[in-house]
Write a new protein. Structure first.
Length: 319
């Protein structure tokens, strides 16, 4: 599911997965559907709709298979699902996900805490999933991304050596993923680090095998990192509506970068996203209604669009 050439940047909404898994409240299935449908109607072309983890671990995402099946009925929408292991991948494929992403934590301590698996064990899982996908009929094979989480630092291990990230990207490719992504799970990344790591990983796996980054705004550097990624030629940026999820360690900080602010930045810069910013801003009402009391973030939704704002480039026509 790569970006088509009528857009410059693919904004991949991850709120229904990353946002919802980070909060206690459980969003009803009907609200998830309404949220996904409204974002798609606003022009969002890719949504990570859930994660195939056991319901007892993440009850918030227990209905992911149903959400995938529903999202599949929306024309033009690429439906992504996160999978922690082979079993999850089987379920995601069965439900019809267009693309699956498996997280591999660059920090082995984090990997053991999170997936209860060593690097070798995760790579073996990737190999099995890739083999399973190859065995499917041509039209039924989902895209398969290996996502390197804690790529910019880990809350348990601290700094993560860049050569470790490069090595894991190589191992993921060798195990059979189509491409790799870099995730700043912990909000540790800075723009210089991001540009360096994107270059290093691309030198190892190829320019076209790393096209997406997943950013958090824990320390307020989310959009600065997004801009650095764009300057490196990254074309897919993950974000979540209202920055849903927040960060328990950083009050006031959003979780993922905020979709509304990201789309405003891109749109104002004259970069095409295919998204109608005004329609997107209205989708927030669905979140606010379905998750009463939950903090929503973002500057653009609070401040509103600039007076006289013309979608598709701000300042381009002025003066
Ligand atoms: Zn995340």
């Amino acid at each position: 599911m790569q970006e088509s050439n009528d857009i410059d940047v693919l904004v991949s909404e991850v709120g229904p997965r990353d946002g919802l898994q980070s909060i206690k409240a459980i969003m009803p299935l009907a609200a998830k559907k309404a949220w996904i449908a409204a974002e798609a109607a606003a022009g969002v072309r890719e949504i990570e709709v859930g994660s195939f983890v056991p319901a007892k671990l993440l009850p918030q995402l227990a209905d992911t298979a149903e959400v995938v099946r529903y999202a599949r009925t929306i024309p033009g929408l690429a439906v992504l699902a996160l999978v922690p292991n082979f079993k999850g991948a089987e379920h995601a494929i069965e439900a019809g996900a267009h693309k699956i992403a498996l997280p591999l934590s660059a920090s082995e301590t984090h990997s053991k805490a999170n997936l209860r698996k060593t690097h070798d064990e995760v790579i073996e899982e990737v190999r099995r999933i890739a083999g399973h996908i190859r065995g499917l009929p041509a039209g039924k094979r989902p895209g398969f991304e290996g996502n390197i989480s804690t790529a910019f630092g880990c809350t348990l291990e601290g700094p993560v050596p860049e050569r470790k990230v490069v090595e894991l990207a190589r191992r993921l490719m060798d195990a059979g993923v189509d491409d790799v992504g870099l995730s700043d799970t912990t909000g540790y990344a800075n723009p210089a680090q991001l540009r360096r790591l994107v270059k290093l990983v691309r030198a190892e796996v190829g320019q076209d095998r790393l096209t997406s980054v997943h950013l958090h705004n824990t320390r307020g550097l989310g959009l600065a990192n997004a801009l650095a990624a764009l300057e490196e030629g990254i074309t897919t940026l993950d974000s979540s509506l209202g920055g849903l999820g927040g960060c328990p360690y950083a009050p006031g900080a959003s979780g993922n970068i905020v979709t509304e602010d990201l789309v405003f930045m891109l749109d104002a810069m004259g970069l095409r996203t295919g998204i109608d910013i005004e329609k997107l801003l209205a989708v927030r009402q669905i979140l606010a209604g379905a998750l009463p009391g939950e903090a929503l973030y973002g500057f653009t939704p609070d401040a509103g669009l600039p007076r006289g704002y013309a979608p598709g480039g701000w300042g381009v026509r002025a003066g």
